[in-house]
Design a protein around this ligand. Sequence first.
Ligand code: C5P
Length: 323
Amino acid sequence: MQAYAKLNLGLRILGRRADGYHELRTVFQTVSLADDVTLAMGAGRGVRCETSARGAASWLAVPEDGTNLAVRAAELAREEFRLRGQVRLRLAKRIPVGAGLGGGSSDAAAVLRLLAARARPAPPADLVWRLAAELGSDVAPFLIGGTVLGLGRGDECYPLPPWPSQYAVIALPSRPVATAEAFRLWDERHPEAAAPPGLTEAARSVKINSFRGSLMRALPASRQARDRGRPERPIVRAGIENDFEEVVFSLSPDFAMIRRALRRAGAEAVALTGSGAAQYGLFSRRETAAAARARLAEQGPTWVVRFVARQRREPKLWGVVQW
Ligand code: C5P
């Protein structure tokens, strides 16, 4: 199974919550950079994991024990779905670690989906969602895929209509960023920031709709405009700002340099994904994205990806509303 990476199309940190996590508003978008997750059941017990990395670069190095989120997902799911035998997991890594691209979370979600499909009887949807939330704040959006609104810790997810097709150039600086470190830095800068109290159901649905509306208005090239043969509109105000930028950029001059390089290469909007370290630039056309990538290549690892929409054949298991 392809475990796609994600980009955050905007990320707002509203404040610290009583449980120590931070209240977020974000939109996740799956993109075509992907790890390959394969899984088989064999004789024995527990979970065995082998990883291989294309290019064997250090930013792909992941542990093969229980500190790997996919292994942890397999251990949890094996027990909770009452599967017999040994789970044999193979991860072919392409998504860099510590980049904000959600590689570990996506692998974990793929493992949950693969094992849920094997379990008899099929596990109830709420169990799968609970395991996803237990594994990490970023796992749940990958159970849905495509364009997903994330609230709460990021794990409270709502599928959005597909974002019009885009290309992105992803660029990595020389150092990874650990999410917990980025939140700690944000806390230092915002010592008084307590999260607002939880929204009522009615207020929540209004917020979701208005947030979605503002994002759709900020689209670089609306599908309708393209369908009518009009020239594509550049983004005036991106709407994809990320509140981690103010803290993460202070870690290294690399961040500002990559941002400038993406802008100079013609990106219609540039942003940090998650808590970094990767940044991306959006492009309407593949050729422009490829040319931009060529200009950035000597700065460090870069990829051209396209947005990947939610798969129509997602199982009903997840109980989410489909658009
Ligand atoms: O949930 P996850 O394990 O992915 O989060 C990693 C770390 O990031 C947490 O330990 C927590 O410190 C921080 N975090 C947070 N608020 C969030 C998500 C993560 O403070 N919404």
